[in-house]
Every structure is written in structure tokens, then in C-alpha cells.
Design a protein around this ligand. Structure first.
Ligand SMILES: *[C@@H]1O[C@H](CO)[C@@H](O)[C@H](O)[C@H]1NC(C)=O
Ligand SMILES: *[C@@H]1O[C@H](CO)[C@@H](O)[C@H](O)[C@H]1NC(C)=O
Ligand SMILES: *[C@@H]1O[C@H](CO)[C@@H](O)[C@H](O)[C@H]1NC(C)=O
Ligand SMILES: *[C@@H]1O[C@H](CO)[C@@H](O)[C@H](O)[C@H]1NC(C)=O
Ligand SMILES: *[C@@H]1O[C@H](CO)[C@@H](O)[C@H](O)[C@H]1NC(C)=O
Length: 466
């Protein structure tokens, strides 16, 4: 039962970081043979130089993306709720459910016992050989991609698509990797000497369990203790997420900043304890939290979470960890929701029939968490595991954001069997008793997530509340 549910969690979280354990000779022979076969097939079709020969696993497999999540289970509600019977006039008290977290099918207690398969030698400082001159521009936003050290190919794809396209957006761009180990060290050093955009978390080994549990909080710790700069907002995102950084900055971040005072144009956040992300509910772990594909936090959260981790030692999926730490510490965080037209899982089945474009059919359902691209609201597109999907999506953006959607009509569907599923966002299935009004009249979920004034449980502006 647990395994069945964890499948849904797996496919939704979009595991992008592959295990890089020791590999047998047999694996190498098989990989080389299949890489050769694939290379022969692809000759003449490939436009980008492939760096897969540098990585120790085959390039992104051609398997289709995971299917849309199943509808929420209609079985009996979980026997879990606030700690004590609620006292009238007081907020409910929530503790995390008493259970061991499951991380991509591995029990947290088992996973944490795993030992690194190579020595964690300190990464020698490897600054850029020819750093660009300081342009003096302020960059209040740090956009960071949590990445496997071994996934050089994906980093190149990201550098040469959205990162390059949106270089005028006032953000610093970084990749966050764990200790690459002695064999990879020289290559990764050389990479940083060329691009200067790597943050290396020396004390972590590069494996999928670490990446999906403690890496984000340990990254925040690095920022709080070692970052040469302090940022107003820090985004964390996965490698299979394409970011329209222009729209993210203009619509979600810039409105939450203002000049520090009248004699400077330095922008500072006008909010604290705030997170921008997609509201999500995991019925297996009975907790609501921001979907891990992308979320953005104010600097005070970056400083807070490592402190809470030192106190409470939570090991769970990285996005769930944040919720459980905040619950244990009785901390509230304002949740700014990115809705389903803004951040969604890319569903190729929703593409216009007969076209090789990422645009959605005209009868698409933008209230679903899975669809193709539609209209001007698009900020973040997730599940772009295949390079060709990534390039197709990147192709409809320019430095101003998403290009105008080409007009319909589309061809009639060639195959009636390939209909998209349009599954519902999972926060629709949050149990009623998770919700209450905070003292100031805003909605509060799980005792942690505070919606902005006027936003309803459906994440829309609540007109009746005005
Ligand atoms: C990567 O290069 C940047 C820019 O020179 C530098 O600030 C940073 O410390 C380097 N990172 C590592 C891990 O050496
Ligand atoms: C405005 O902020 C800057 C930077 O913090 C500070 O140096 C300056 O004194 C401030 N000016 C006023 C008028 O408060
Ligand atoms: C946010 O918190 C920091 C640190 O406590 C404080 O300096 C800043 O003024 C706060 N900003 C807002 C908008 O409350
Ligand atoms: C999401 O928000 C945008 C901007 O406020 C709005 O135009 C769009 O209709 C919303 N989409 C959904 C599915 O609620
Ligand atoms: C909208 O606000 C009213 C009054 O505050 C509240 O009773 C109602 O439940 C809210 N609707 C939603 C969808 O949150």
C-alpha cells in the first residue's frame, strides 16, 4: 500500500537526480553499446553538441513522462489531526504525523544510514579564470538549480536556454551540487573555472537519497554562512523545470520589493516569512507543502531552516521537510500560490494534434496540474525530462518571456485514444479540518501555511471576503 502511494509521490516530484554509485564493468559495456546504437540512430538529427560522453549514465531515456497522478483516494480520511481538541478562539496545534517518511520508496531511517561510496575530500576553490567585469547591477534574486554533480549535459542545456535568455533579469544564477568525489573533481573544477556558477556542498555525497532529503536545507545553511551576498529572494528548482524568469520576477517578486529608502534604488523585500510556490498535498504523508519542483523563499527563511534542522533533525522528502520543521517550531509562513496556468506539469498528450509545438489544444483545461502551454501566464514548466521536450518549450520563449500563442485552428485529433487526463491539483483534497482562520482573518493550513489576505482555500481571490 505504501509502495503504491509512493509511486504517485515519485512521479509527481519528478525525480531528476540519478544515482551515481559504483558501476560494474558490465554496465559500462552495455551503456557504451547502447550509446553507440543511439548515436548511430541520431546522426543527422542532433543540433546540440551532446555532452553525454562526460556523464557516467546514459542520456535521458526515451521513456514517456510519468502518467498524470491518479485521482485522490476516496478511502476513509486519515486518523490524523491537530494535537489537542481545539480551544475556541485559539489556533489548532499541529505536529507532524507519527510516521517515518518515505523518500522515493526508501524509508528515511534506512536511507540516512547509507555511507558515501567515496571520500568527501574538500572541494578546492576554483574561481572563474576570466570573470566578467562587475556591471554594478544589483541582483536581489538568487535563482538556483539543485543538480546532480554528474549531470553536466543538463547544466549546459539550462545555461544556454533560460539562463542565457533571461540574463537581463536581476538574478544571480547558480547550480547547487554535492561533493562530486575524487574522480569527477578535476572536471567539475574546470567547469566552474569556465562558468563560475557552481555551489559545491562539500560535506554531502552525491546520491539521490541525500539530494531528495537534506540537500536543500544544507544549501540554505551554506547560503546563510558562506554566501558572499545576501539576497531578498532565493529560488530552488529542479533540472527538469523551465523557468520564465522574466515573468517570475515581474509578477511575483518585484511587486514584493521596494527601494530601501528615498535616497537609494536598492530593492529590499517588503515581506518576510514568505514563500512563492505551488501549494500541494501529499495524502501518504498527510501534509500540505510547496511542490518541490520550484519554490522561492525570503532570506529570513534561508536563515531559519538550518537552525530548525539543528534542533529537530527531520529527514524526509526535501519539500516535506520544510513543512515538518515549521510545524515543530510552530512557525507560520505566508504562502503565495503559483496557479496551474503559471506552474504546471507538461503533458505532451495535451499538445495540438499533428503539430510539433508545445502549445495546448484549444479545449485544454488550465485548472488541471497537467497540460501543455497556453496563453501568457506561463512561469514554470515542469516534467521536461526529455531534451527534445525541453528544446521545444525553450523555443517559444524570448527575452521578454513567452511569445504570443499562435492562433488556432488546429487539426482534429488523429488518435482519440491519446486524450490528456487533466487531473485535479492535489491541494483540492486537503481535509477540511486542516484549514482554519488565523487571528487576522486569513486562511491557515496545517498551522503553518498562511494564505495572503483575500485568498480563498481554492487559491483564488475570494470576492465574497471583500
Ligand atoms: C566558482 O566560481 C565562482 C566565480 O569565480 C566563485 O566565486 C566560486 O567560489 C567558485 N566555486 C567553487 C566551488 O570554487
Ligand atoms: C538609505 O539606505 C542606505 C543604505 O542602507 C543608507 O546608507 C542611507 O543612510 C539611507 N538614507 C536615509 C536617508 O535613510
Ligand atoms: C524582515 O526581517 C529582517 C530581519 O529580521 C528585518 O531586518 C526586515 O526589516 C524585515 N522586513 C520586513 C519587510 O518586515
Ligand atoms: C492564474 O493567475 C493568472 C494571473 O492572476 C490568471 O490570469 C489566471 O486566470 C489564473 N489561472 C487559473 C487556472 O486560476
Ligand atoms: C471566502 O470568504 C468568506 C468570508 O471570509 C468565507 O466564509 C468563505 O469560506 C471563503 N471562501 C473560500 C473559497 O475560501
Amino acid at each position: 500500500m505504501a509502495a503504491g502511494r509512493s509511486w504517485a509521490v515519485d512521479s509527481l516530484r519528478g525525480l531528476s537526480i540519478k544515482r551515481a554509485g559504483a558501476l560494474s564493468t558490465k554496465f559500462w559495456i552495455l551503456s557504451l553499446a547502447s550509446v553507440f546504437a543511439v548515436a548511430l540512430l541520431l546522426i543527422g538529427h542532433s543540433h546540440l553538441p551532446s555532452l553525454s560522453y562526460l556523464t557516467n549514465h546514459p542520456p535521458h531515456p526515451g521513456s514517456p513522462p510519468p502518467p498524470p497522478p491518479p485521482p485522490p483516494p476516496s478511502s476513509t480520511p486519515p486518523p490524523y489531526g491537530p494535537k489537542d481538541p481545539p480551544v475556541p478562539g485559539e489556533l489548532k496545534i499541529w505536529d507532524p504525523p507519527e510516521m517515518e517518511a518515505l523518500v522515493h520508496g526508501v524509508l528515511a531511517g534506512e536511507g540516512i544510514k547509507r555511507k558515501p561510496s567515496y571520500p568527501l575530500n574538500p572541494f578546492p576553490p576554483s574561481p572563474m579564470t576570466t570573470p566578467p567585469p562587475d556591471d554594478g547591477r544589483q541582483r536581489p534574486w538568487l535563482g538556483s538549480v539543485i543538480c546532480s554533480a554528474f549531470d553536466i549535459e543538463r547544466r549546459m542545456l539550462i545555461r544556454y536556454t533560460w539562463m542565457k535568455l533571461f540574463k537581463d533579469v536581476p538574478m544571480d544564477q547558480r547550480f547547487v551540487i554535492s561533493n562530486p568525489g575524487p574522480e569527477w573533481m578535476p572536471v567539475i573544477q574546470q567547469e566552474n573555472r569556465t562558468f563560475g556558477d557552481l555551489i559545491v556542498l562539500d560535506h554531502l555525497s552525491e546520491d539521490d537519497f541525500t539530494a531528495n532529503t537534506i540537500k536543500t536545507v544544507e544549501y540554505y545553511r551554506w547560503l546563510a554562512e558562506k554566501s558572499p551576498r545576501k539576497y531578498q529572494f532565493v529560488s530552488k528548482m529542479d533540472t527538469d523545470l523551465f523557468l520564465n524568469a522574466r515573468a517570475m520576477y515581474d509578477r511575483k517578486l518585484r511587486p514584493r520589493m521596494a527601494p530601501r529608502n528615498s535616497s537609494t534604488d536598492e530593492l529590499v523585500a517588503t515581506v518576510n516569512h514568505t514563500l512563492v510556490g505551488q501549494f500541494y498535498y501529499d495524502s501518504y504523508h498527510k501534509t500540505s507543502f510547496p511542490h518541490g519542483a520550484i519554490y522561492t523563499v525570503t532570506w529570513d527563511i534561508v536563515e531559519l531552516l538550518p537552525k530548525l534542522q539543528d534542533e529537530f533533525h527531520v529527514v524526509a522528502g526535501e519539500d516535506l521537510t520544510m513543512a515538518w520543521l515549521l510545524m515543530k517550531a510552530r512557525q507560520k509562513v505566508t504562502f503565495v500560490h503559483m496557479n496551474e496556468s503559471e506552474k504546471f506539469e507538461f503533458d505532451p498528450k495535451d499538445m495540438r494534434p499533428g503539430e510539433r509545438t508545445p502549445w495546448a489544444r484549444k479545449d485544454t483545461d488550465l485548472t488541471s496540474s497537467w497540460h501543455a502551454l497556453y496563453g501568457e501566464d506561463v512561469i514554470a514548466v515542469h516534467q521536461l525530462k526529455k531534451d527534445e521536450d525541453w528544446l521545444m518549450v525553450a523555443g517559444v520563449f524570448d527575452e521578454n518571456g513567452i511569445r504570443p500563442m499562435p492562433p488556432f485552428p488546429e487539426e482534429p485529433p488523429a488518435d482519440e485514444g491519446e486524450k490528456p487526463g487533466y487531473s485535479r491539483p492535489l491541494y483540492h483534497s486537503i481535509p477540511d479540518n486542516y484549514w482554519e482562520f488565523d487571528h487576522d482573518g486569513t486562511w491557515l493550513c496545517n498551522g503553518v501555511w498562511k494564505l495572503e489576505p483575500g485568498i480563498g482555500r481554492d487559491m483564488k481571490k475570494n470576492e465574497t471576503a471583500q
